[in-house]
Design a protein around this ligand. Structure first.
Ligand SMILES: [Fe+2]
Length: 305
């Protein structure tokens, strides 16, 4: 049963057990995602392996260079664990570092937009959730695109943004990188700002806190434009705020949504989520030679610190 949470954008899909999902269940979810690019499947009980198996029904899975490393220890490469909690494998310093790194998630972003193949569907599962605050907000980038004034729409129609792995953390001044995160820091990709979703023909704007500049435009002008577009696209009228319950599995389509974490008391609350994501094979990064060219001359590269 599909219960709209925000009409035309977010819905709750009940009575599906992700751990034992049938082909019919998967087809139901895929169909629902066309109308509701944010879907909440409540009441799940998912082991890490079941979560990965469920995700793989929807396409090839993203792997993470930082999985199993300092950021997300003890999980398979197909999974990211977003946690503010220490365990036997994680010392206090590492927990503090992860908490700081996760501050980057407080900015509106799409998952994996700095990768040569970005994420399509992310599947975020709540294991421990904050009793107060710590919501995840989702913004509808189709409605966001529609809200952009026509003259700006014409201006951005063919623009390409350069995204890089470190950008959101550079923005907050994070610099406690590990050597093992080199691949993450160095990752960069280029994506058109405006896209048409093939299934519905609707236009959408592809933005992210990982977007560092607009290709062919001076960095300051490009960043200001990205900021302005983000402000328009994430107006409250386009936003669904998800208040987490333990066992929620939230599936979102990164092609036409952005999301961000809201603040919570990181000292008193425990918050553990696991994420699996499919790859958006139909929308790979633009020309690598162009990316290479644009990697040069960006002055706040964290590797220069
Ligand atoms: Fe995210």
């Amino acid at each position: 049963m599909l219960v709209p949470l925000r009409p035309g954008f977010a819905a709750r899909l009940e009575n599906i057990r992700a751990a034992t999902a049938t082909e019919t269940d998967i087809a139901t979810i895929k169909a629902a995602l066309l109308d509701y690019p944010v879907l909440v499947l409540p009441g799940q009980e998912l082991s890490a392996d079941e979560h990965i198996a469920f995700g793989s029904h929807f396409g090839p899975l993203e792997t993470n260079a930082i999985a199993g490393q300092g950021y997300s220890p003890g999980v398979r490469a197909e999974m990211l664990e977003i946690s503010n909690v220490g365990d036997t494998n994680v010392d206090t310093e590492q927990v503090a570092r992860r908490r700081q790194m996760d501050l980057g998630n407080r900015f509106w972003h799409t998952d994996g937009s700095y990768k040569s193949v970005p994420c399509h569907l992310s599947m975020l599962y709540g294991i421990k959730v904050a009793k107060k605050d710590g919501e995840t907000q989702f913004a509808d980038m189709r409605a966001g695109y529609d809200a952009i004034p026509d003259d700006i729409k014409a201006e951005i129609e063919t623009m390409v943004a350069f995204h890089r792995g470190s950008q959101a953390r550079v923005m907050i001044g994070f610099d406690k990188w590990l050597d093992s995160e080199r691949a993450f820091i160095d990752a960069g990709a280029a994506y058109k700002l405006v896209r048409t979703l093939p299934e519905t023909g609707r236009k959408t704007i592809f933005l992210s806190a990982h977007a560092a500049h607009i290709i062919g435009m001076p960095v300051p002008e490009g960043r200001v434009l990205l900021h302005e577009l983000t402000e328009i696209a994430t107006a409250p009228a386009h936003v669904y705020t998800h208040r987490w319950q333990i066992g929620d599995l939230v599936i979102y389509d990164n092609r036409c949504t952005m999301h961000r974490l809201r603040r919570y008391d990181v000292e008193r609350e425990q918050r553990v989520l696991r994420r699996v994501a499919t790859l958006d094979m139909a929308n790979p990064s633009c020309d690598p030679a162009e990316i290479e060219h644009n990697l040069q001359g960006v002055s706040d590269d964290p590797t220069e610190h």
